[in-house]
Write a protein that binds this ligand. Structure first.
Ligand code: CA
Length: 526
């Protein structure tokens, strides 16, 4: 319907001698609105239908029912800064130089897709969580949280100047995004990055949402009490379990954050104080304590997701009301996945499915068939090239992803990737996950844990073992698969120009996350 209207308008304009020449009235390039959350697990997007049915996300799900849902969207390095750097540059960490969140600063002089889109006539803006340590480049307007930012009454940096906003961070980032959309130059296409902070640790929901789940008891994941048998030292040595690493105070909300206003604090205390009191009276230990922590974690994390979903709804409503929806590509994604108790963990980092895989939903009326579901291996490096192709702008050779525009149009190229290369570095901060690289295919995950003091491989057959609980590396039944995947990982390392020896700064400084219930004073909020 919209296309018919557009066509009649073009014909009308083109046939009028008083109006612009026909070459000036070609349909304008589509707008790009990229909403990204921080640490939003696909298990917590209802469109993915995860078995625990953790939450309903009707607004995010709209993008799937009116567009496409990607079931195998992967990131190159499952950590905030490195994934963002890969998205912006279309390159792996060893090319863009942003390996970890501890000692890397993004080199903003690099080629990024926002810079190229701006050159191609797009009006560009970045609003929300940036987390790349240097100021954004390539934007007509930017307004970012410093570092991790705060959930309540967040200070921000607006085009270089400090400002502070009252309210809840997800609402604030959405308000600022809508404000920018309203005042932009409507004669140009726009590219807006609306990058939310939520639901990042410490998972602090909007005060209005604290009772959103009515004290629900959440179903436990099968592997909450994983003993890591059948896997190597990296899995045994990590420091990211709900049982031992998750802190009672900040993470489990036995204390309130300091940045709450008096009114927000009142709502906070009204919710948490009686529940905390009841919890303390029970003197839980062992498994019962871990289950309580898991439940509190789900309440807080999903409360943050609810805030994100409601605000996605506000943005979609604005696009509907202004008619922008028809010519705007809306993307919803996350910088990586997240463990919601699987393997007993929170956080991300690993090549495993809960972490390396993230949600990706895209709506583009007239191009993407509504209700599409896609199982191709697409990745965070692909955004840059996709957007450049949409904008009909040349793609620099340096970029290492691939445009998935043909996939959006309904035809996956025959030579689309069959294995995706992954490489994680940061160690030992903050959760003592050992560096590893590997490949993910539609069925297998192959990983090499190579430092420090380890050198072993793991292979998982996700058809038979979807939770990646038991490595079949060196199992004779998988000899051919194993040999083929090792060859593939070595081929990709060469093709992607991976050095044989990592850059010394890749791991980050040796500074461990405090274990368990350490008081807040030494905590670095990464
Ligand atoms: Ca993140």
């Amino acid at each position: 319907m919209n296309n018919i209207f557009q066509l009649s308008f073009i014909l009308l304009v083109a046939s009028s001698p008083l109006l612009a020449a026909p070459d000036k009235v070609a349909p304008s390039k589509p707008n790009i609105l990229f909403i990204m959350a921080d640490d939003h697990a696909w298990q917590a997007v209802s469109a993915y239908g995860e078995s625990r049915h953790l939450i309903q996300t009707p607004n995010i799900d709209r993008l799937a029912s009116e567009g496409i849902r990607f079931d195998r969207y992967l990131v190159n390095n499952s950590l905030c800064g490195p994934s963002r750097a890969a998205i912006l540059t279309g390159t792996y960490s060893h090319i863009n130089g942003f390996y970890n969140n501890t000692n890397c600063r993004f080199d903003g002089s690099q080629t990024t897709f926002p810079k190229l889109l701006r050159k191609a006539g797009y009006q560009t803006a970045m609003i929300g969580k940036w987390h790349l340590e240097t100021d954004p480049t390539g934007f007509d307007h930017w307004e970012i949280l410093p570092g991790q930012g705060r959930y309540y009454n967040p200070p921000m940096i607006r085009d270089g100047k400090p400002v502070t906003y009252p309210g809840y961070v997800t609402d604030v980032i959405t308000d600022l995004s809508l404000e920018w959309l309203k005042q932009r130059d409507p004669s140009k296409p726009f590219m807006l990055l609306c990058w939310q902070k939520a639901p990042h640790r410490e998972w602090e929901p909007a005060p209005r949402d604290l009772n959103f789940d009515h004290d629900r008891t959440y179903p436990l994941p099968d592997s909450l009490f994983d003993d890591y048998s059948g896997r190597g030292r990296a899995e045994h040595d990590q420091n990211m379990t709900i049982a031992k690493t998750m802190r009672m105070n900040e993470d489990c909300k036995l204390t309130a954050p300091k940045d709450l206003s008096a009114e927000q604090k009142k709502s906070w205390d009204a919710y948490y104080a009686p529940r905390n009191e009841a919890f303390l009276k029970q003197n839980l230990t062992g498994r019962a304590l871990t289950e309580w922590k898991y439940n509190r974690y789900m309440h807080d994390y999903l409360g943050c997701v609810k805030g994100v979903d409601d605000n996605v709804g506000r943005i979609l409503k604005y696009l509907d009301e202004t008619g922008l929806a028809t010519n705007t590509i809306v993307i919803y994604s996350s910088d990586q996945g997240f463990f919601l108790g699987e393997h007993g963990w929170f956080d991300k980092r690993w090549i495993f499915q809960e972490s390396a895989r993230a949600p990706l939903l895209i709506r583009w009326p007239g191009t993407i068939r509504a209700g599409s579901v896609n199982k191709d291996l697409v990745c965070n490096l692909d955004f840059a090239e996709t957007f450049l192709q949409v904008a009909q702008t040349p793609i620099p050779d340096r970029m290492q992803g691939r445009s998935f525009l043909p996939v959006l149009q309904g035809t996956t190229p025959a030579d689309w990737r069959k294995a995706f290369y992954y490489h994680y570095y940061e160690y030992p901060a903050f959760h003592k996950v050992r560096p590893h690289y590997g490949v993910i295919t539609d069925r297998y995950t192959l990983a090499h844990f190579y430092a420090p003091d380890v050198d072993y491989w793991e292979l998982f057959d996700r058809d038979k073992d979807p939770g990646e609980m038991r490595s079949v590396f060196n199992n004779p039944a998988y000899a051919d698969v194993q040999a083929g995947l090792i060859q593939e990982v070595l081929r990709q390392r060469k093709q992607l120009k991976e050095p044989n020896k990592d850059d010394p700064k890749a791991f980050g400084p040796f500074d461990e996350w405090p274990v368990s219930d350490a008081p807040a004073k030494k905590v670095r909020n990464k």
